[in-house]
Design a protein around this ligand. Structure first.
Ligand code: HEM
Length: 494
């Protein structure tokens, strides 16, 4: 899947009634699919990848969810890879599923996405993000919207954003971090990536509007990660209400932009809202306002939490690896030694932040924000000696490869230097942003935000984690279980 596929797992925090309904639904679905699978696989059993479809009623869903919630997906996959090999079958959420791991599986996935299998948007995320977003499109429709969006993420566009992002990050730190001894890094960084995205990508700076929007997005996002029950009082119900508030605010923004344009007040190439408003569909008609809103919602949801979690986990890693902190500080000194006090960062400065980016990459390896992606086979698929039947679910697992000794020696060790050695990374073994036609379009933007934020954090503070060995939970992205309380010591520059 996209960011969304993992989101359906988050039923566990629902109340007991919801959980019971969910389990019953899984049981019915699984029974149906079990019968279907048995029927389909009769006479072709040998052609299926090895593996177990698990229990008749639940498949292997419970074990998968347990592993997911406790951030042990790696173990869940590794045990099966050891037993069956890098490509194996299982049954998840009532669907017979084939799991792909390892560089060869990754390569196959990237080259065949959109050809042999495609995105399979469904469930709460479809209701909340909306049916018109990039996530819900396949083939030509997907390609068109994506090509337009990519203009805003091209190197030329990103170069223009550096100064603006630099200022937005500094403002946020001045306002929310400076003067405090103790911070909970997770909520602060989440709000930062939200506000910076609104400012830099959508030109939205009105603080009241941003805070209101952030609150509605929080509720909406919680609904994506839950069981698809729309009854009053459920998370999904609250999330859909939040989405109507989001729509009201976005409609206001869109109307203002159109009026500005008619009055000749903007060039028409200002930000992502403009890219979306000037996009056309395959009949050459402009996107509807509904489609513009769905895509803005997708970009904000897909972009801000993934980046925030990477930053928060980097803070955690740096507090337990002070030598890495020191190396970043040295690299920073070198970069700022050519600049006057307070001067904005430039695109060239970003390219010099090599060690800082290695630390970010190692963090993305140790804890990939997106642990796996679901798709649906659109045809019978031949993979080596196996045939995967049309209609089966495919799951690409990111974790098992990045924790495999053969591809990443001493995989449990936090060692950014592995990204500095030339030839240190085996092709197709490290894909935190996915690949192929659905590769994350925001990857370079995320890099920009990560290195700029960390550059300023390292300049201003030293920090130490207040909870020794704070665990990581998936919620559904990986997050320090207690919000990462950090003790800050400001750095006085001489
Ligand atoms: C550390 C940060 C991030 C990580 C690790 C990440 C990871 C990913 C991955 C693995 C995918 C592929 C999903 C698939 O194949 O279905 C993806 C898709 C996507 N990401 Fe990101 N992402 C990050 C940041 C961002 C940012 C900053 C934005 C936008 C501002 C963004 C927007 C999107 C969108 C729109 C898609 C869907 C693309 C499509 O379906 O064509 N992401 N991301």
């Amino acid at each position: 899947m996209s960011h969304s596929a993992i989101r359906k797992f988050e039923f566990v925090e629902q109340d007991r009634t919801t959980a019971m309904i969910f389990l019953t639904a899984i049981a019915i679905c699984t029974m149906g699919f079990y019968v279907f699978t048995k029927k389909r696989s009769r006479g072709r059993v040998d052609g299926l990848p090895p593996g177990s479809l698990g229990q008749p009623f639940v498949g292997e869903t419970i074990g998968f969810l347990r592993a997911f919630k406790t951030n042990k997906i790696d173990e869940f996959i590794r045990h099966r890879v050891m037993a069956y090999g890098p490509v194996f079958k299982t049954c998840l959420f009532g669907q017979p599923t084939v799991v792909f791991t390892g560089p060869a599986g990754n390569r196959f996935w990237l080259f065949n996405d959109g050809k042999l299998f495609h995105g399979n948007a469904q469930g709460p995320h479809r209701a909340i993000i909306g049916p018109n977003s990039l996530l819900d499109k396949n083939g030509e429709d997907h390609r068109r919207i994506r090509a337009s969006l990519m203009k805003s993420f091209s190197p030329d566009s990103l170069k223009k954003l550096v100064g603006r992002m630099d200022s937005a990050v500094r403002r946020h730190l001045d306002e929310y971090w400076d003067g405090r001894d103790l911070v909970h890094a997770v909520p602060l960084i989440k709000f930062q990536t939200f506000a910076v995205t609104c400012d830099v990508l959508f030109n939205l700076q009105n603080r009241k509007e941003v805070e209101e929007l952030c609150e509605h997005f929080k509720v909406a996002t919680e609904g994506i990660y839950t069981f698809p029950l729309r009854l009053p009082g459920t998370r999904l119900h609250r999330a859909l209400k939040a989405r109507t508030h989001i729509d009201r605010i976005l409609s206001g923004m869109i109307t203002r932009r159109k009026n500005d344009f008619l009055a000749g007040r903007v060039s028409g190439e200002e930000d992502l809202i403009w890219s979306l408003l000037s996009m056309t569909d395959k009949e050459d008609k402009p996107l509807t306002d509904e489609a513009v809103k769905d895509n803005i919602v997708l970009l904000i949801i897909a972009g801000h939490e993934t980046t925030a979690m990477t930053l928060a986990l980097m803070c955690k890693m740096l507090s337990s690896n002070p030598h890495c902190f020191e190396k970043i500080a040295q690299e920073r000194e070198e970069i700022v030694s050519h600049k006057s006090a307070g001067e904005q960062l430039t695109w060239e400065d970003i390219q010099r932040m090599k060690y800082l980016w290695s630390v970010a990459q190692e963090t993305l390896r140790i804890i990939p924000p997106i642990s796996g992606i679901f798709r649906k086979a659109t045809t019978d698929i031949n993979y080596g000696p196996y045939t995967i039947p049309k209609g089966w679910t495919l799951y690409w697992s990111n974790y098992s490869t990045v924790y495999h000794q053969d591809f990443f020696p001493a995989p449990q060790k936090f060692d950014p230097s592995r990204f500095e050695r030339s030839g240190g990374i085996i092709p197709y073994s490290f894909l935190p942003f996915g690949g192929g036609p659905r590769m994350c379009p925001g990857n370079d933007y995320a890099k920009l935000e990560i290195v700029i934020t960390m550059h300023h954090l390292v300049k201003r503070y030293r920090w130490s984690a207040q909870v020794g060995g704070e665990g990581i939970v998936r919620n559904p992205l990986c997050v320090p279980a207690m919000g990462l309380p950090l003790r800050l010591t400001p750095i006085r520059e001489t």
